[in-house]
Design a protein around this ligand. Structure first.
Ligand code: SF4
Ligand code: SF4
Length: 439
């Protein structure tokens, strides 16, 4: 386990700001309730609805989910190719919470933090505070799935022990305590999949934490000094993953920039510019400016634009209702007098708008264009559904008189239409193929 030395500097100050903002956002977002009463963000798995910034989505909306995942993946590709592993050093929870745990450790144990001779009760206080932070973070992580207000009320009335979320919170608390407290940088170096394929996404033009070997080498060796690097080793002792950036870009580098601050302060004493900074490899080799526009970044940008445009079109044109229709297996269609067919269809309807709506059901025999819905159990086949509410309805369809030829065909094409009762443009149509009884 590596406990790196703290380091102040410009990069550190900027990271503090970004990290505080991200942690604040993470802690506040699940508590935000919009004026219509819906949460800002909640993946409500028991009710199978996702609340996202005022929109309501359901898992069946697979295309939107694909667009979302593709946008995430391509953004990672694009930003890694342009600005390297900025996510790892500035946005990844592993880095942010390791940093927070270290601050707690230093606050309690001061210079004894990470040393074997630290007092037992001091270590106990550090571990206790780590558990508290892990619990708070886990509570808020679960709050993206379960209402934090409900969980808090349960905790206050001591009725949480039989709630599933409580055991998930305990599990995540334990996992975070072990991972951030003891596994730490080992996760970045040996387990993180992103660290493994980042080298494929970057090239010599990517903007990264890089050592200027042209100026720095040959570094000081004993009293011999030729290049600018004085071999103070400060860039190594501040590194949270324990690597030496002078050996080149490595999987272990999380681009946190601590070595940039360290070398900047050392080189300032020598009246020189830092040897470690945000440069591209090509920039160091040739002194040329960073080439932001290159085939790799252009291709990623085009793909990202296409996917984001597709996602926007999908979002704008989506119908905020869902309907699954299936023939009632236990009640096959029957032939009734006058050569009419009576069929039974089971519907599962969900309102995926953020407000309550009234719906109207109709059904058609599409070959003849005749309405065939006779009964749904709802008055005038109209009903109201609250936001996210699901309703199962059994409907009875009855055709007009069919000819002998039509009856012998064995099936009748039809469709069920679900409409917003106040806005008939908002409609969803499901095709049906009514199997006719054998005669
Ligand atoms: S090499 Fe520098 S930027 Fe990379 S992890 Fe170590 S301190 Fe952070
Ligand atoms: S901090 Fe700078 S001067 Fe010191 S060893 Fe690292 S690169 Fe060399």
């Amino acid at each position: 386990m590596i406990i790196s030395r703290p380091q102040t500097g410009k990069v550190r100050t900027r990271r503090n700001f970004v990290m505080s903002f991200l942690v604040g956002l993470f802690l506040i977002a699940p508590w935000v309730v919009l004026p219509d009463g819906s949460p800002l963000i909640r993946l409500d798995i028991p009710r199978r609805v996702f609340h996202l910034f005022g929109g309501l989505f359901i898992p069946q909306e697979g295309l939107i989910l694909w667009f979302f995942l593709l946008t995430m993946g391509l953004s990672l590709f694009f930003f890694t190719s342009v600005i390297g592993r900025v996510w790892c050093g500035w946005g990844c929870p592993q880095t942010i919470y390791t940093d927070l745990f270290d601050r707690i450790g230093r606050f309690v144990l001061d210079s004894k933090y990470g040393k074997k001779d630290a007092s037992l009760h001091g270590k106990f206080i550090v571990y206790f505070l780590w558990v508290v932070v892990s619990f708070i973070a886990s509570f808020h992580w679960i709050a993206y799935f379960v209402s934090p207000y409900e969980m808090l009320a349960d905790y206050q009335s001591l009725i949480f022990a039989n709630q599933t979320y409580f055991y998930f919170t305990l599990f995540f608390t334990a996992a975070m305590f072990i991972d951030i407290g003891f596994i730490r940088e080992q996760f970045c170096r040996y387990a993180c999949p992103y660290a493994r394929f980042q080298t494929l996404l970057m090239d010599e033009h990517s903007w990264n934490v890089t050592y200027d070997f042209k100026r720095g080498e040959p570094r000081r060796d004993g009293k011999t000094k030729i290049g600018d690097c004085i071999s103070c080793n400060m860039c190594v002792v501040v590194c949270p993953t324990g690597i030496d950036i002078r050996d080149g870009l490595q999987v272990g580098c999380v681009a946190c920039g601590k070595c940039v601050d360290a070398c900047t302060s050392i080189m300032a004493k020598e009246n020189k510019k830092t040897l470690i900074g945000y440069f591209s490899l090509k920039q160091i080799e040739t002194g040329a400016k960073i080439k932001w526009i290159r085939p790799r970044t252009v291709i990623y940008a085009i793909l990202l634009t296409v996917v984001i445009t597709g996602a926007i079109i999908q979002l704008v044109t989506r119908t905020p209702m869902s309907m699954i229709a299936a023939s009632n297996k236990s009640m096959p269609p029957i032939l009734i007098p006058d050569n009419k067919i009576r069929a039974f269809v089971a519907l599962r309807i969900q309102n995926i708008a953020p407000i309550e709506k009234e719906f109207q059901l109709t059904a058609f025999d599409t070959r003849h264009g005749k309405e065939i819905l006779i009964r749904s159990g709802e008055e005038n086949n109209r009903f109201k559904l609250g936001s996210g509410e699901i309703k199962s309805i059994s409907v009875v369809l009855e055709t007009q008189t069919l000819t002998e030829q039509e009856l012998n065909e064995g099936y009748l094409p039809g469709s069920i239409v679900l409409k917003n009762a106040e806005d008939s443009d908002e409609r969803l149509e499901k095709k049906l193929s009514l199997t006719l009884p054998r005669r």
